[in-house]
Ligand binder design. Structure first.
Ligand code: Q9C
Ligand code: ZN
Length: 337
């Protein structure tokens, strides 16, 4: 299957993140992408689909903010990456804000997602990879792989967080709807709940969001991903959360995947966007499931058995030395090997 990647995605190099009360080297490094490329061999540079497909998901004020945030930070005399440190508690009223510090808090929800000089360009090209892969599938390809990095599933219409700035999976799903598909499913198998994707489609019935992830009672992002979150309004019943305990191995994961696939099969979507995080891997340094490299193939095979065209979008996965093999294993399963 075709892999999409653009070298400009490497210009995002976050220095550090606030975790457990201290600063740590950032886990979402450019060498993650290099490690995947080294195993897959070759990638196609996506064409530039412009900002329209991004604006179909993200608010204009948020996109403007992202584009200029780092230069505003620098112009206000601050060194290094822009990082928020003050947040409005649960959606205060909309107010006009000029101060970069205020805007950083308004448009984010954590201190683990720095904005550097290359962040906008990298996030933009990451999203273009997802659009290019979706365009292939819309044109009849059975599968395509978007090597998105930075990842996207924690980002909503107007916020960033969880190492994510633009929601590539959501942008891909919306693009498929724009190409005549009426029902598009998103299956999210990253270790962390895809709160941004859930929020984007929470009140909609044209995109069904199904997620398998670590229980938010113990794991980031804490405030989303409980099994009683099922959508609202027209979207009631179109969100399905399947939280699992820390320590989950392949058997427990496959049981949840069976439930997820049953739900998707019943609904009958015309295409699937797979948010794939390899941070469910046993050796992941920031996550606590126990999936082994070879087992991703079975996961891929089960998803392929849905018989849907699939856009695979890369999300997390931080065990850099195993990341290429973990991605190759999943893709082999999806390709029917
Ligand atoms: N410094 C993805 O896998 N970790 N994002 C909490 C904060 C945040 C992971 C510690 C994990 C985000 C796409
Ligand atoms: Zn993750």
């Amino acid at each position: 299957m075709k892999t999409y990647f653009d070298r400009r995605q490497l210009t995002h190099r976050p220095e550090r993140e606030l975790h457990n009360g201290d600063w740590h080297p950032h886990a979402e490094t450019p060498d993650r992408a290099e490690a995947i490329l080294a195993v897959l061999g070759e990638a196609t540079q996506p064409e530039d689909f412009g900002t329209d497909p991004i604006a179909a998901i993200h608010n204009p004020a948020y996109v403007d903010f992202l584009r200029s945030a780092h230069s505003e930070w620098r112009d206000s005399g601050r060194p290094g990456d822009a990082v928020a440190y003050t947040w409005p508690v649960v959606r205060r009223r909309e107010i006009a804000m000029d101060r970069i510090d205020a805007k950083l808090g308004r448009y984010s929800y954590d201190a683990g997602t720095p904005i550097g000089e290359g962040t906008w360009s990298a996030a933009y090209w990451s999203a273009q990879c997802a659009i290019a892969a979706a365009a292939d599938v819309a044109a009849g390809a059975r599968t395509a792989f978007a090597l998105c990095r930075p990842p996207g599933h924690h980002s909503e219409a107007d916020y960033f967080g969880g190492y994510c700035y633009l929601n590539s999976a959501a942008i891909a799903a919306q693009y498929l709807l724009g190409q005549g598909r009426e029902r598009v499913a998103i299956l999210d198998i990253d270790y962390h709940h895809g709160n941004g994707t859930q929020d984007i489609f929470y009140d909609r019935s044209d995109v069904c969001f199904v997620s398998i992830h670590a229980d938010p009672a113990t794991d980031y992002p804490f405030y989303w991903g409980r099994s009683d979150e099922r959508g609202e309004g027209d979207g009631t019943g179109y969100t399905l959360n399947l939280p699992l305990a820390r320590g989950t191995e392949i058997a427990g994961f496959m049981d949840a995947l069976e439930t997820a696939c049953a739900k998707l099969g019943e609904w009958g979507p015309q295409a699937l966007v797979l948010s794939y995080g390899a941070d469910t891997y046993a050796g992941d340094p920031i996550s606590f499931f126990a999936i082994e490299t070879a087992e991703y193939q079975a996961i891929g095979q089960r998803i392929a058995a849905l018989g849907l065209p699939i856009v695979v979008v890369m999300e997390g996965g931080y065990a850099v030395e195993a990341l290429g093999a973990n991605v190759a294993s999943l893709l082999a399963g999806i390709e029917g090997n």
